[in-house]
Design a protein around this ligand. Structure first.
Ligand SMILES: [Zn+2]
Length: 459
């Protein structure tokens, strides 16, 4: 029997604004994991895309003086381009305005209806237009959304609800315990699940009020809630590409702000539709800038292209995982990134490779690298993986100095041979993070042709 491909997804980016570093974070994590598993000999299918419905998108289109469809066409392209600019090797880019996706979610809606888990009822609650969600007591601070600090709107309307029975909750809880990573998010998800507000989840909105969305089959007054539509992208994309056998996903990567949608609503929808649940949900933290949440008004937003302008694509890919802690909230500063760039890439790795190749060239030492086996690090803990790798680089440097490897004796020769092999292995482990640099290091080692890998930053 053929081995199933490893299926990795990011969340899909909401197109109400320009691409930001948070989405890049997920794209890169997915790409690093894809390249890592490929190096282990696995086949991988990697999905990303854009979430194009919802009130915030409609409002952003109006503000830009455009029809929603034209607006999302333009913005979606920028997200896809961001992936290409950062050498992200995704296999498909799903857009939720794709008619085939919409047809798929309408079929799933009908399936939920026949399963008897949908009911229509009048509902009144406090709504945050920033979250596009009704807020529960715990999510409100002083009458405002605790995420957006926005004043909440009291809304009363008739909507469709997904009923999550106790038995289903139990299943979801068991799944969370084994599948949500890291631990802190696991506990958070279980606490939310156990609160009464998750017995029923609103899955539709009034069409009159929210216009831009997928029509609810058989009910002209309603459109689907943007999350009910968006979550199904992970399977509709497979259907569109005739790859439904790849479900369940092996790894789904999401931000901490959307854990409850992926750890509760998504499994509830999947169970109701008879699908298996994803194997792993990786939840990343937020990137703050200069100690504060990034915001336009504070002027501290870091755009992906600023990173490329300063460090180039390869070094940016490295620095994001080395300088930030993926699962926790991290603080970005240019000074920290500059320091890591000069210390670990320009000096550390760059110098080691140049120096070692220089020594090998003098005595024309060319090890047979074909015998080197790839080694793997602690890939899910990206930062730790790179810190460990950096320690290897330092050890090689120390080895060269301590053993005076530049002296041309037989024992020094064997020592240098070992260091060259070690660098070959380092290149292998760097490959998921910096694929082009890894390739270049291998070329330099094979041809004994040294060229600078990372030029020092100018002030
Ligand atoms: Zn909010």
């Amino acid at each position: 029997m053929a081995v199933k491909k490893t299926y990795i997804t990011t969340s899909i980016a909401y197109v109400n604004a320009e691409p930001h570093i948070g989405f890049l974070y997920e794209l890169l994590a997915g790409d690093v994991l894809k390249r890592y598993y490929q190096a282990q000999g696995k086949e991988v299918y990697f999905l990303t895309g854009t979430d194009e419905h919802g009130i915030k998108v409609a409002q952003a289109a109006t503000a830009a003086g455009k029809e929603p469809q034209n607006f999302v066409d333009e913005v979606s392209k920028k997200f896809e381009q961001l992936g290409k600019d950062f050498n992200i090797d995704f296999d498909y880019f799903i857009r939720t305005t794709n008619p085939e996706h919409q047809k798929f979610v309408q079929e799933k809606w009908q399936q939920l209806e026949s399963a008897g888990v949908l009911k229509k009822k009048k509902y009144s609650g406090l709504y945050c237009s920033g979250c596009e969600a009704f807020k529960t007591e715990g999510e409100i601070e002083g009458g405002r959304c605790s995420v957006h600090e926005k004043e909440l709107e009291k809304i009363e309307e008739e909507n469709w609800f997904l009923v999550i029975e106790e038995e289903k909750k139990k299943k979801i809880e068991d799944w969370i315990n084994f599948s949500v990573y890291p631990e802190t998010r696991r506990q958070e998800a279980i606490n939310v699940l156990k609160s009464d507000s998750y017995d029923e989840i609103s899955l539709s909105r009034s069409k009159e009020r929210y216009g831009w969305g997928v029509p609810v089959p058989g009910d002209e007054s309603q459109i689907m809630y943007v999350w009910a539509d968006a979550l199904f992208n992970y399977i509709s994309a497979l259907k569109i590409n005739n790859k439904e056998d790849l479900w369940p996903a092996d790894i789904q990567i999401v931000g901490k702000d959307i854990v409850k949608f992926h750890a509760i609503i998504w499994p509830a929808l999947l169970i109701a539709c008879g699908y298996e649940l994803p194997k792993k949900l990786l939840v990343h933290g937020f990137i703050n800038s200069d100690g504060k949440k990034m915001s336009k008004s504070l002027g501290n937003v870091i755009s992906p292209h600023q990173l490329v302008d300063r460090y180039g694509v390869e070094a940016s890919r490295y620095l994001i995982f080395r300088g930030l802690s993926f699962y926790d909230d991290s603080n970005f500063t240019w000074a920290d990134f500059d320091h890591l760039y000069n210390g670990e890439l320009a000096n550390g790795l760059g110098n080691l490779v140049a120096r070692t190749i220089g020594l090998a060239k003098k005595i024309n030492l060319r090890p047979d690298f074909a015998k080197e086996h790839p080694t793997s690090g602690s890939i899910l803990d990206f930062r730790h993986d790179l810190i460990e790798l950096n320690a290897w680089i330092n050890e090689c440097d120390q080895n060269i100095s301590a053993n005076k490897v530049w002296e041309e004796t037989e024992s020094k020769r064997s020592n240098l041979d070992g260091i060259l092999r070690r660098i070959w292995t380092i290149a292998g482990r760097l490959e998921p993070y910096t694929p082009e640099t890894a390739k270049e290091i291998r070329r330099q080692l094979t041809e004994l042709d040294s060229k600078p890998l990372f030029p020092r930053l100018e002030k």
